[in-house]
Write a protein that binds this ligand. Sequence first.
Ligand code: GAP
Length: 466
Amino acid sequence: MPASSLDQIVSLCKRRGFIFPGSEIYGGLANSWDYGPLGVELKNAIQQWWWERFVTKRQDMVGVDAAIFMNPKVWEASGHVANFNDALVDCKECKARHRADHLIEDADPDMKADGKSPQELTKIIQNMNLGCPTCGNKGTFTNARTFNLLFQTQLGALEEGDHRSIYLRGEIAQAMFVNFKNVLNTMRKRLPFGVASVGKAFRNEITPGNFTFRTLEFDLMEFEYFIEKNNWEEMFTYWQNEQQAWLKEMGFANERLRIREHTQDELSHYSKKTVDVEYQTPFGWKELFGLAYRTDFDLKNHMEQSGEDLQYTNPDTGEKFIPHVIEPTFGLSRLTLMTLLEAYNEETLEGEDTRTVMKFNSRIAPVQAAILPLSKKEPLIAKAQEIYNLLNDQTNLRLDFDMTGSIGKRYRRQDEIGTPKCITIDFGTIGEDSEQGEKNTVTVRDRDTLQQERLPIEKLRDISLA
Ligand code: GAP
C-alpha cells in the first residue's frame, strides 16, 4: 500500500530528516526544498545505483560532468532560446499566474494541452469557462502568452559595463552534445555508444508545486545514446525496456506504472518520438521518466553553428555521417519523490498496534543497519560501539547508532526511515544474562518480516540485505 496522500510524505520527510522547506528560518522560498541527512543519502544511493547500472558496468557507456554555465550560443543552437517555452495566463482579479496547459489538464485529465499555441489555449480556456484555482472567479483570465523557461543571469562583476547575459542550463543533455567530439577523440568508442551525465537543471516554471515534483531547480540523470539512423526504432524499444526493468528492480509495482506516448502537438522541438513512463501518484498519473528520439537535431545544429566537424567516421567503411540519438532521461529529484511515495506503508500489527514503514529497496535505504544497545550502561555501550566499528570496517553498509528511547520506540523510528536490519546488543551479548542469549551473539530484526534471529557477531558481516 503506497502513500494515499502527498501530505503523509511531506510530513514524514520533515519529521524524519529527508526533505526540509528551503531557507525555512527566513520563511522559506516558494517551492525550494533542501534534502536533509536521510534525503541526501537516499538520493545519492539512487544516483550511485543508476551510474553503476547504466554507466560503469556497460562497455558502451562513458560519463561527463560538465559546467552548468555554457556559452549562450549553445542554447541558441539547441533551439532552447526560441522554443523552450510554456504558455501562461494571469487572473485579472487576483493576479495569480497559471500555466495554461495545466489549467486545462487539471479540469479535464484526458485532454493534452501541452504544445498547443497560445491562441488555441486561450480559446479552450474560454470555451471551458475555467475558474481561477487561486480565487475561484470564472472568465477572468488574460489571453495566453508564451514565456521562456531558461533562467538568465549576468556574467561579469560590474552592474554596468562589461557583462553579458548567460543562462543556467535548462537541461543537462547539451553537455553531451558539445563534448561529443572530445569523447570520440579520447575514448575509442564505436557506435552505438552513450555519454551520460548527472547534475542540476534549472527551469523558470510558472506553476511549480506538489512538493518536489515540479521545482525550479532539480537533479537529472540522463544519457545521449548515439546510433546509426536505421537502428532508431530497435534502440528506442531497447531503452524503453531498460528503463522499466530498472524500476522493477527498485521495487515499483507494475500497476502504478504506465507508458504514455506524446502526441505530435506535445513533442519537444527536438523530438520525433517521445514516450513517458508515468507513475500513479496521489495527485494523478504523472511523468516520471522520458525517452526521446532526438534524431541528429542537436549535433547537426551544433555543427552548423560552431563550424566544428561533429561527424562520426565508420572505421570499417570510412563513411562519415552525423549520428542519431536516443535519449533516456531519468529525473532524479522526481524519482526520489516517487520512491518515497512507493515505499510508504502503514501496517496494523498483532494486538492492533500500527506502524509506518518505508519499504525501500535495501540498496537505497538511507540507513541499512542500525546498532541498538538495549541499555545505556557500560560495558554494553562499549560492546555496541565495537560492533558498529567492526561493521564499518568490514562492510559498506550505511549504519546508524541509536540509543535514545525504549527499544520499541527505536524499532518504530527505524521502520519509519526504512532501515532493513536492526541489530540489538543486550546483556546476553556481554555475557551477563544467558536468558537473553549466548555471549557474543546479537538479535537481528528484519524490517519487513519482523522476524528476529540470534546471530554470532562474526556472522554480522554476512547479513543479507535482499
Ligand atoms: N533532456 C531531456 C529533458 O530534459 P524533460 O522531459 O524536459 O527532458 C526530464 O525532463 C525529466 O526531468 C522529466 O522526465 C522529469 O522526471 C524531470 N523534470 C522535468 N521538469 C522538472 C521540474 N520542474 N522539477 C523536477 N523534475 C523535473
